[in-house]
Write a new protein. Sequence first.
Lengths: 412, 280
Amino acid sequence: MQLKRLCTLGAAFLLLPVCATPALAAEEIVVNEDISVSGDYDWTRFANDNITLNVYNWGLYISDGSDDSVDVVSAFEELTGIKVNYTTFDSNESLYAKMKSGGASYDVIFPSDYMVGKLIEEGMLAPLDYDNIPNISAIGEEYLGWDFDPDNTYSVPYMWGTTGLIYNTTMVDEAPTSWSALWDVQYAGNVLMFNNSRDAYAIAAKRAGLSLNPSSVEEVDQVMQDLQDQKSIVQAYVMDEIFDKMEGGEAAMAPYYAGDALTMIEDNPDLAFVHPEEGVNFFVDSMCIPSTCKNKEAAEMFINYMCETSVGYANCDYIGYSTPITAVWEMLDDDLKYSPIAYPGEDVMSKAEVFVTLPDEINAEMDSQWSQMKSYDESGGSWMVVIFLLGAVALSGFNIWRKLRKKMRDNY
Amino acid sequence: MKTQNKRLLQRAYIVLIFGFMYLPIAVLIAYSFNENKSRTVFSGFTLDWYRSLFHNEMILSALGLSLVLALVSSVLATVLGTLATIGIHSMSRRTQLIVNNISYVPVVNPEIITGVSLMLLFVLLQKAGIGGEGGIFGWFTLLIAHITFNVPYVIFNVGPKLRQLDSSLYNAALDLGCTPRQAFFKVIMPQLTPAILSAFLICLTYSIDDFMISYFNCGTMQTLPIAIYSMTRKKVSPEINALSAIIFLVILAIILISNHMDSRAYRRNQAAIRKGAAEV
């Protein structure tokens, strides 16, 4: 009797929190302490179909359980019973190459804006069925309908950000406000630059007052000339090394992505970030489904899951880039929520430009000019090639002569 | 005085060489204990990255794939390569030269060419319908690719050892009543074992190390080097430092243990000989 009463008491206690919290609790499905998803979506319809989704994302671009973060992928597996084979790439171009080679078939990919456009153009993406992605309504209006996919037929925004100029306040005389600072000779040897043609071009083009999407080959040549002029003051062309160089005070300024700038400033408070007045690049990394996908509905479920508030918050927290999900933005700390770096105001956004897919000839010109610029060396590096070549020929001549001599001796 | 200077120079030289070889590893290990994510500023000691590493499923599964792939492909490549070497050995001198040169080509070929050409071959097979709906790329293609680039290393490791062997040993074994199989396993194999083992280890290293060839042939799988490479847009995580430190220590331990066992076996051998001599 006593026991029974105790049990009822226990049950009542268990029920209490459910009753206490309003209707919301009944609708939400709690996967673990950090992840809960909306209840009016059939998450488990593929639970027994033994499906594996091949997800291909940027490296370190999802909250993966490391460094005390939430493991959103395994929470998805737990929720839906779908297995996720999660792999990563380092650039839009390697994603494209991988898909084009026919060597792999993915279900969900995360290309950036201009690559979305290119993939659409080549018919490599499948149109999304928004009946399976109701969470599209959670995405802020301003992140939808950009030029590369005007109706969002193929892509759902995942993360966005802008580029900008990060500088070390102790190493500059006055805070830079323009991209021209990267051409300023007083910082010779103290300037870092993007090591990819598209981002580097964008900076030079903006500085010259041009669009970062060139419309003619001549325009490319003109802007690339500026980049070549800049080369003598650039310390190094780098990507992720920017973190170490800026945090360690090895360089005075560098262009990089706003979200990463926040991480750097956190580690080294001497650093500061500015959106240069000429305008910046606004990028949207999106979620898409390739046309070769075998489990489209499950892939759409994954995309829908990624747009859940708790998932979006975990990702935003881990990656540090800006989120397109309104509810996630509302959850952020005020510091970050109103940070002019992560969520810049209208003055920056009105001048920001998004990359579009370039025609092949312009793309090719940009690539060849870029590699020419990189390999161009004022101190006559081309002479070294000739000298090495002569050296190699002399060496092989000597070897042949030695062999011949040996043979003659042996014959003798 | 002069000899002292000379000795000092020698010492400095040794220190310099070992410094170049081991300082980078020391730095890498040191930063695996760094509290913040930076690779330049050391802010404090922590074991968090090791803990975090064992919770990172992506890195662990990539590591698992790399290890299993390396083991399986090295075993298969070593068996194949050893058999090939024995076959080549019994060819005429001219054919031997030709076959050896042909198998040398993949070694001197840039990896990217091997990688892309294998991929093209697999794409061709896939177009012919092999591999079914899911496509051919994955574990199978990775394994074949790794065996392919490993086999030549085995041939060039075991070949010279086989040439050094006295061929009359084999004949003597036959004369003394061995079947050819017995002669091979009891006489030839034991003498080849060190070369085969070192070939196996070389394969293992190359296989774990390989990026280029795996990159083109992995399909939707991901080996460890590919996982690390993809982190370069953001910052390579210190978990990788932690992982590298562990790998380095494991390899160091293996080397030390095997050296220790070798020297013990040698000493026991010497003792046995001395004992034998004393008895006579």
